[in-house]
Design a protein around this ligand. Sequence first.
Ligand SMILES: Cc1cc2nc3c(=O)[nH]c(=O)nc-3n(C[C@H](O)[C@H](O)[C@H](O)COP(=O)(O)OP(=O)(O)OC[C@H]3O[C@@H](n4cnc5c(N)ncnc54)[C@H](O)[C@@H]3O)c2cc1C
Length: 358
Amino acid sequence: MNDYDLILVGAGHAHLGVLRRWAMLERPPGRIALVSADPQAWYSGMLPGLLAGRFSAQDCAVELQPMCRAAKVDLIIAQVESISAEQRRVTLTEGRGLNANWLSLNVGGQITSLAQQGDAMHCLAVKPFAQFLAGWQQWQQSPKPLAIIGGGAAGVELALALADKVPQLSLFCAGKLLAGHSPGLHLRAIGALRQRRVRLREYSPVSRIEGDQLFSEDELVWRGERVLLATGAQALPWLGQSGLQCDARGFVQVLPTLQSQSHGQIFAVGDCASLPGVRKSGVYSVRQGPVLAHNLMAALREQPFKNYRPQKNSLALLATGDGGALLAWRGLSASGQIYGRWKDYLDQSFIRRHRFSG
Ligand SMILES: Cc1cc2nc3c(=O)[nH]c(=O)nc-3n(C[C@H](O)[C@H](O)[C@H](O)COP(=O)(O)OP(=O)(O)OC[C@H]3O[C@@H](n4cnc5c(N)ncnc54)[C@H](O)[C@@H]3O)c2cc1C
């Protein structure tokens, strides 16, 4: 007999939505567990505000135990080392194996590391958040010049949040800053970075570290001791080794029902999944939550599944580190304190919705 009817792997945004529904409404029948590397789920949208000193760590995370208790789901705090899609077996780093009839994966991605020679440069990846925050706290005790690598929304928000915390900050991006976003947002972000004296280098793909030097191809682009990696999500290597059908970048290919294309008893959502029209962002993962909750209930009750349809447009709100935000919606852009207050309201509502007592 299997250990569980369903195992939720990873406490990503969609799984939080699923657990909330089950805690408040109705939970599917059977034995269900959540495996999470951390006892809290960090909410990335508030991380820049935490770094800027506007929020405490407690404000930015959801405790999983009360939520799981309310949803009658076993919480297993452990790191997943591998899964076998064929056997639907989850192997934990502590060596334990768990089998389930159904699996649902919401494990996010990881940050690509850089080729490095020597140990003069200290690198800190922005994910996993718990490790990042511990490393950043240490760095803060003796502020030094900092390079951030990654010109997406996360890189921009981090640069704006940290500009006042270090003596000098440089932001490197491989192509255009905020590629894929509107020209208006691009210009506003450049303006905000300039105002905070962040040195921006676009079209400067940093490829390696030698001693205390950063190189873009053969050009020496920066010298210092500390680098923050905020490059986009890369697939966790064990997904590609699981037997699940993955895209060229190693993300699990799913159907509109959010089931794996190759293994129908495994669902995958959020950044770890690959579906046309879906961007790697928390917003899309949150929106997958209700459909996933329905389909997991349907799976355990042998009922029909629903399709998830990605929204064509999504609102982007980028924190500027001073309580304000840059906004982009369907090619329009704006900036100001009022958008920051709106972002805070949306972010804090997300945390409040998922916070259970007890
Ligand atoms: C600084 C920063 C700011 C951002 N701001 C925004 C924003 O404002 N809006 C937005 O939409 N997106 C934002 N993003 C992007 C967003 O963080 C990701 O797209 C989003 O978190 C993906 O959500 P997810 O549900 O796929 O999984 P995640 O939220 O990444 O969660 C994955 C979960 O899986 C767990 N996990 C991972 N590996 C294992 C393992 N081996 N074993 C057990 N558990 C595991 C993790 O502990 C975590 O709980 C930001 C990213 C960064 C870095």
